[in-house]
Ligand binder design. Structure first.
Ligand code: MN
Length: 207
């Protein structure tokens, strides 16, 4: 079943992010884990046709308005769906330099410098107990925040828009890095596409 949501394509080959993220991890992560969240999200929405016109973002932002029987499934699988959609989108082979424009300025204003922000995200994500994500998010006034969430909880649940996120579930790094989550996080910056992060920042401001 692929309705109403389909697994987004990666936009690059499984081995495109090597050596920072290995091909086998990408293959399983996208083809099994993300595919699983997608099919489970669709399964949860089966029989709830009134919800099929909503975006996953809207489903997560309005979680408490959903029927209780599917709330947990939408939280976990809708979160897993959008979190991974963002994750693939903000990575690119070889990365893309550093943030520019307004985003670069706001990062500096908020965190002091890009390096300070990167250190904060790394320590926040490394310190997330168990499975979860590290985030850079923007609120309705263009203000940035950096924090982690557990499991597949999405910042949309708090009314915030994620513009950068790093997956710290073991499935994201264990084949290559085993228990060395900090090493994975340090290497991850080399594949971050700051151009896309900046676009997401601009789009969030317009929305
Ligand atoms: Mn994942």
């Amino acid at each position: 079943m692929s309705y109403p949501f389909a697994l987004p394509s990666l936009g690059y080959d499984h081995d495109a992010l090597e050596p920072h993220i290995d091909a086998r991890t990408m293959e399983i992560h996208h083809g099994k884990h993300h595919a699983g969240y997608t099919s489970n999200l669709n399964a949860a929405l089966e029989g709830h046709t009134d919800l099929h016109s909503k975006s996953v973002k809207d489903l997560l932002a309005g979680l408490n308005d959903l029927p209780e029987v599917i709330r947990g499934a939408i939280r976990n699988n809708g979160g897993g769906y959008v979190n991974h959609d963002l994750f693939w989108d903000i990575m690119t082979p070889g990365g893309a330099g550093a943030p520019s424009g307004t985003l670069a300025e706001v990062i500096k204003e908020t965190f002091g410098s890009l390096e300070t922000f990167k250190a904060k995200l790394q320590s926040t994500a490394a310190g997330q107990f168990g499975s979860g994500w590290g985030w850079l998010c923007v609120d309705g006034n263009g203000r940035l925040s950096c924090f982690s969430t557990a499991n597949q909880d999405s910042p949309y649940m708090q009314g915030l828009t994620p513009i950068l996120g790093v997956d710290v579930w073991e499935h994201a790094y264990y084949l290559n890095y085993q228990n060395r989550r900090p090493d994975y996080l340090a290497a991850w910056w080399d594949v971050v596409n700051w151009d896309v992060v900046a676009s997401r920042y601009s789009e969030a401001g317009q929305g």
